[in-house]
Each structure stands twice: as C-alpha cells, then as structure tokens.
Design a protein. Sequence first.
Length: 116
Amino acid sequence: QVQLVESGGGLVQAGGSLRLSCGISGRIGDNYFVGWFRQAPGKERDFVASITWSAGNTYYASSVKGRFTISRDNAKNIVYLQMNSVKPDDTAVYYCNVRGAAREYWGQGTQVTVSS
C-alpha cells in the first residue's frame, strides 16, 4: 500500500516562493507518474505537474510552466514542487498523486494561500 504525505503549504505573498514536499511510503514502479494537482474553492481538481519516477521526465500545466519546478529524490522517496513567482490564482489545496498502470494514490492535501 502506498501512502503520500504532503507538507510545505502556507501563506505567501504574491511574487514569493514556496516549496511543497510529498513523502512517499511503499513501493512504486519505475514507470509510475508522481505529480501534483490542485483544487481551488468551488472548482475542479486540476493537473499542475508530474514527473516519471525513473526517467525523470517532467510535464507541466501551461498556467505554471516557467514558474513551478517538479523534482524527485528517489533515494528519499520524496517529490518536490518548487513554486516561484506565485500569484493569487495559485491559491488552492495542493494534492500529491501517484499513478501507475492500474493504481492511483492521493495524499490528504496541503493548503497554499497567495495574498495580493
């Protein structure tokens, strides 16, 4: 069983930076995607960024490309989301996600609030 625990959320001013972490317990496959989604109040949960666990290929939503960076530490089983130049529109609950061929796991979420 895979468990995910997010941390690093909080309140940040527009233009500032924040780094989210997702600790992964349990074994995941080399071809799994590990990523971040976010959900703002009253809106659907949207894709933010993902990375392939072994190869490290990265994918980003157009709204965050150039501002956010996803990375992983395979030895520590941690995935990071470095958020730079944040905007009020980035305010949301951020969820860590692990997805394989037939399985998917979610963390409990961490709140990010960007003040203008």
